[in-house]
Ligand binder design. Structure first.
Ligand code: ADP
Ligand code: ZN
Length: 552
């Protein structure tokens, strides 16, 4: 797709310079544009700041017809439309906040022969709930005036992702009604299973997939034990490393946001809080002051996130445990968009795990992004289970004192990262702790055996519990305490056992797969054995060694 011999190549290059002011294309931009303009369905995984918008805005400018963009937030849409207007490209939007006449006016203008609009932005519920939009699209299509569908933040389609929005699932209707219109799905975060989910739900066919490394070399990662002096620690950290610079502190609850803000103010920082229970006007006010550097620090729940475009965020601190590695990656990703060195510090204690777990089981605040007013489905045990799995993965990330943080995050996102490329920019890589190499072949073999014995129907969290001899409900329900390997790993800590298990996944000896439960259509991640890769381990032909901080 990188060829420069497409009929539109010249046109692309001219307009990229003249209209968008770019001297060249960034990695994958040309390829994506060529693929979508050739009429293919395209799925794009590109990290935040990579330049996704150009891949549909430039085609929208030079193709005949309208580009329909589905974007999750009204604020994001307004940002985009304003930016486009500065480049003298006209774009319209339809959202729930507009009155009927306004909307009709726009739709009418769109259908006119020489409409000034090149793009139409809508929120997903417009597609799911508005027949009139679909009727207008049909009429545009019958006049060959419908160029392409763009699904921004496409991971929102998947319940397996960290930001599921039910309205996104209704987007399947677009491909059903308009199979001939190419679709471009864009996201800055997706594991392999999320990608599969999205492709299926949107009904993409013969999809061309582009993905590039998600490593963000300018972000420095560390995990720090959280004590009751945590706020003093945070204060010192900021004063020492990022004095009067701009940052985000993610907190567990709105009460925490307010408490952390108050304390930091006492320490002399310009801080404010931001959470879902504030009225929208107040939230916008705080965000604006932060954008204009009148406030340095925002203490926020995860409600503060999507659509934050501030380029010079120098630190993202987690005062509480994130709910998943994907979510954590995404939250950290708001730092250092300008490419300058920035810090990501996570304060971790085990009791936060209990707090977050409780919140998940309640389907409580922080679970949802308030802006769209949706609720995650928690009535289903399966969803609950997959949320708990995600959280346990996060815990084992925090308790891991050995492996490169980048490696751990990227492996989870489905990317194999060589940790020598970290160049000591995470706490584990730069640690001076002495590590002892240990032979873990027997443990590895037993874990593989356990996955087989239990019929390849359980999550990694369950296998670890079982291996360490737990008698929890799931173990008893399936009578797993009767297996001869039940408790065979009781000499290991939970984090050691899960580290070894996850290592087997990264080596492809075990594989994770997604299972949908029929009842609610929700998903969970289960382990299976990759027989060809496991053969040599099981027959004694392969030894596995890993480094540990102490004897195992
Ligand atoms: P994403 O949506 O992937 O997070 P954006 O589309 O918002 O990223 O682009 C991030 C920034 O990069 C924007 O400021 C944009 O103008 C800039 N950008 C995009 N493509 C190019 C390019 N080819 N050359 C220079 N700057 C670019
Ligand atoms: Zn590292």
């Amino acid at each position: 797709w990188s060829s420069r011999d497409f009929p539109w190549t010249k046109n692309l290059e001219v307009n990229n310079k003249r209209v968008f002011g770019n001297h060249s294309f960034r990695p994958n931009q040309r390829e994506i544009i060529n693929a979508t303009m050739s009429g293919c369905d395209v799925f794009v995984l590109m990290p935040t700041g990579g330049g996704k918008s150009l891949t549909y805005q430039l085609p929208a400018l030079i193709c005949a017809g309208i580009t329909l963009v589905i974007s999750p937030l009204v604020s994001l849409i307004q940002d985009q439309i304003m930016n486009l207007l500065q480049a003298n490209i006209h774009a319209a939007s339809l959202s729930a906040g507009m009155n009927w006449t306004e909307q009709l006016e726009i739709l009418r203008e769109l259908s006119s022969e020489n409409s000034k609009y090149r793009l139409l932005y809508v929120t997903p519920e417009k597609v799911a709930k508005s027949d009139s939009l679909l009727r207008h699209l049909e009429s545009l299509n019958s006049h060959s005036l419908l160029a392409r569908f763009v699904i921004d933040e496409a991971h929102c389609v998947s319940q397996w992702g960290h930001d599921f929005r039910p309205d996104y699932q209704g987007l399947g209707v677009l491909k059903k009604k308009f199979p001939n219109i190419p679709m471009l799905a864009l996201t800055a975060t997706a594991t392999a299973s999320v990608k599969e989910d999205v492709v299926q739900a949107l009904g993409l066919v013969n999809t061309v997939v582009f993905r590039q490394s998600f490593n963000r070399p300018n972000l420095w990662y560390s995990v720090v034990p959280k004590t009751n002096k945590c706020l003093e620690d945070i204060d010192q950290f900021i004063k020492k490393n990022h004095f009067e610079e701009c940052g985000i502190i993610y907190c567990h609850s709105r009460m925490d946001c307010e408490k952390v803000t108050e304390t930091l103010r006492k320490f002399g920082h310009k801080a404010a809080f931001y959470h879902g229970s504030m009225d929208p006007g107040k939230r916008a006010f705080v965000q604006k002051k932060w954008s204009k550097d009148e406030i340095n620090i925002i203490c926020a729940t995860v409600a503060f996130g999507m659509g934050i475009n501030k380029p010079d965020v120098r630190f993202v601190i987690h005062h509480s445990l994130p709910k998943s590695i994907e979510g954590y990656y995404q939250e950290c990703g708001r730092a250092g968009r300008d490419g300058q060195r920035s810090s990501c510090v996570l304060y971790y204690c085990y009791s936060d795990y209990i707090r977050v777990k409780h919140m998940i089981s309640q389907g409580g605040p922080g679970q949802s992004t308030m802006t769209m007013g949706y609720n995650r489905i928690t009535s289903s045990g399966r969803t609950l289970e997959s949320n708990t799995d995600n959280l346990l993965r996060m815990v084992s990330y925090c308790e891991n004192e050995v492996d490169c943080r980048r490696f751990l995050q990227l492996v989870h996102l489905g990317e194999n990262f060589d940790s020598t490329n970290c160049k000591n920019t995470c706490d584990n890589c730069s640690s001076s702790k002495t590590l002892i190499e240990k032979d873990v072949t027997l443990t590895a073999r037993q874990l593989v055996e356990l996955v087989k014995l239990t019929g390849e129907r359980f999550s990694s969290a369950h296998i670890v519990e079982l291996y360490r001899g737990s008698l929890n409900q799931t173990v008893k329900k399936h009578r797993h305490e009767t297996l001869h390997l039940h408790g065979a790993g009781k000499h290991l800590t939970k984090s050691e056992a899960s580290r070894i298990l996850h290592y087997l996944v990264t080596q492809d000896i075990l594989a994770e797969y997604v299972k949908k439960s029929d009842l609610y259509g929700s998903v969970s991640s289960l382990l299976k054995v990759n027989r060809s890769k496991a053969a040599s381990l099981c027959s004694g032909g392969q030894t596995i060694k890993m480094r540990f901080p102490s004897a195992v």
